[in-house]
Design a protein around this ligand. Structure first.
Ligand code: AMP
Ligand code: DBH
Length: 556
């Protein structure tokens, strides 16, 4: 063998990272897109440039960059003392509070890979992620929104075959259960860690996904940092920017579009709110003089309506409100700016890569009716039919893409890679879109059956699997139907195992919840049927079910 490598040989099914083709990688480097910096480099640079500037604000804490740097040093050392080593995966399930930022950057400093879980994830998701990432630790909080996260984490650790430490952040004495490590005790003497390779995987992001288990998305320092730097240019992020993480901080949108990382790269401030409800979030906007935030459409509606009705909070510091994650109705888009006194920017993005923005010099009509255009001149986008052929200009079709920050494959998931990428490595977004004459994208819907419930993605297959586990359920189909507030509502149709004793719909919803699924995936409506309508080929027709449901709703 001519080439010896330190990496263990991996078969395709185990590939943790699919590289860009060499000529593209070379081009992205030559053009300066991949700048050869790591996220730890970025934090160190900002600390050096603006040590006394406020880095992080939450309901209880306010840290300068110097404070943050010290806390990151201590936690990185504490994690190393616990046995965490570079390259290992560590799951994070923390609410939006200052320690979230500290933990992410401590893992970057140490060279371990954060796995970005959401606070709403329950045992089904966390166990699957713990197994697929082989995480050595899970960092969580004792309690959030009256839910006992520490017990959940311990259950997950017990359910996986490998050793996984549970690290619990608690504000109260006695909040750390037996078997867990106290986050507060993880303070080691600062030390030097080997610098990560900028072309290596920095973390694993999650896909909303259309199949069973959330898929892991490997993102490198080079590619992700480029997406953040480019977002900062387009969204005009400066050292004066105060970005509010109102959505769950680990989501790709508040993390990078331009998000928390955008603020840190620019030397601005990250504000975090535990709740996006106007009564809580508006108070943080007033307190931290927030200039920018990102919202999913249902939240944008809630904030807009609250502001239209008049609020006692001073939200006049807001300059930019990004709306994305799901299609923003044109009617709502037109109301955001007048109500909140901040410019609207639509963003259409995905954790796999491609992010599109409307631009600040776009006419208002473009900003309120389109989802913008790719942020990078190096993004390549095509709209194709079901055979992979390009559709005529302006026609609807499937969006596929490749570029300097779009992944070429999921983490150790050959099956998903075969479905989600073309033979030459373009990512099939699953979105049905069209381009307007000026090159702006209009998102028309989804080809792949996932339901976008106000920005939270629901996999029909995943929920169907859970429903089928109920003894009184013989068959199940889950579809999304239009909903004025959420965009889509999740509706489950089930056939009773014993038609003489159909299950109660409330029981079924409770069952799904208790199976350990994130609450947003519990069907909004359950209907028990005698039989499913069928398509010509004997396949259950989701379209017929949708029609049936709409008709039922109208008759109700
Ligand atoms: P995820 O896989 O969870 O990162 O979700 C990405 C998906 O969210 C995209 O492929 C779209 O289906 C959807 N999405 C994100 N932003 C928008 C938007 N502005 N309009 C419509 N759909 C969106
Ligand atoms: O929905 C998303 O995943 C999303 C939305 C807006 C995203 O990943 C992003 C911006 O970066």
């Amino acid at each position: 063998m001519s080439s010896m490598t330190t990496e263990p040989e991996m078969s395709d099914t185990e590939a943790s990272f699919t590289p860009w083709p060499a000529e593209l990688a070379e081009r992205y480097r030559r053009e300066g897109l991949w700048a050869g910096r790591t996220f730890d480099d970025v934090l160190r640079d900002t600390v050096a440039a603006r040590p006394e500037h406020t880095a992080v604000v939450d309901a209880h804490r306010q840290w300068t960059y110097r404070d943050l740097d010290g806390k990151v040093d201590a936690l990185a050392a504490g994690l190393a003392d616990l046995g965490v080593t570079p390259g290992q995966r560590v799951m994070i399930q923390l609410p939006n509070r200052a320690e979230y930022i500290q933990t992410v950057f401590a893992l970057f400093r140490l060279g371990a890979l954060p796995v970005f879980c959401l606070p709403a994830h329950r045992s089904a998701e966390l166990t699957a992620l713990a197994k697929s990432s082989a995480a050595v630790a899970l960092v969580t909080v004792d309690e959030h929104e009256k839910f006992d996260h520490a017990s959940l984490a311990l259950d997950v650790a017990g359910a996986v075959e490998h050793d996984m430490q549970v690290i619990v952040l608690s504000d109260s004495a006695g909040g750390i259960p037996d078997g867990a490590v106290d986050f507060g005790s993880l303070r080691g003497a600062p030390r030097e860690f080997a610098r990560a390779e900028p072309s290596s995987v920095a973390f694993l992001q999650l896909s909303g996904g259309s199949t069973g288990v959330p898929k892991l998305i490997p993102r490198t320092h080079d590619d992700y940092l480029y997406s953040v730097v480019r977002s900062n240019e387009i969204c005009e992020v400066t050292p004066d920017t105060v970005y509010l993480a109102a959505l769950p901080a680990a989501h790709n949108f508040p993390m990078s579009s331009p998000g928390i990382l955008g603020a840190v790269v620019a030397g601005g401030t990250v504000a975090l709110t535990l709740s996006p409800a106007p009564s809580v979030a508006f108070a943080m906007i007033e307190k931290a003089r927030v200039t920018m935030t990102g919202l999913v459409p249902p939240l944008a509606r809630l904030w807009t309506e609250t502001a239209e009705q008049g609020t006692d909070f001073d939200v006049s510091s807001l300059v930019t409100v990004l709306v994305g994650g799901a299609r923003c109705p044109d009617e709502l888009a037109a109301r955001v700016e007048p109500a909140l006194g901040a410019r609207l920017q639509q963003v259409f993005g995905m954790a796999e890569g491609l992010v599109c923005y409307t631009r600040f010099d776009d006419p208002m009509g473009i900003v309120t009716t389109t989802q913008g255009r790719p942020m990078s001149p190096f993004d390549e986008v095509r709209v194709v039919d079901d055979h992979g052929d390009d559709v005529p200009a302006g026609a609807e079709g499937n969006l596929i893409t490749q570029g300097p920050y779009t992944i070429r494959g999921y983490y150790r998931n050959a099956g998903a890679n075969a479905r989600s990428f073309t033979a030459d490595g373009w990512y099939r977004t699953g979105d049905v879109v069209r381009f307007d004459d000026a090159g702006n994208i209009i998102v028309c819907g989804r080809a792949v059956d996932h339901i976008n419930r106000g920005g939270e993605k629901v996999s029909a297959e995943e929920v169907e699997e859970q429903l089928l586990a109920h003894p009184a359920v013989r068959d199940a189909v889950v579809v999304g139907v239009p909903d004025p507030y959420l965009g889509n509502r999740t509706c489950a149709f089930v056939l009773a195992a014993d038609p003489a004793a159909p299950p109660r719909t409330g029981t079924i919803r409770k069952f799904v919840r208790e199976r350990g699924l994130a609450a947003w995936k519990v069907p909004d409506v359950v209907t028990v049927l005698d039989e499913f309508p069928e398509t010509g080929v004997g396949k259950t027709s989701r379209k017929d079910l949708r029609t049936l449901l709409t008709a039922n709703a109208e008759n109700a």
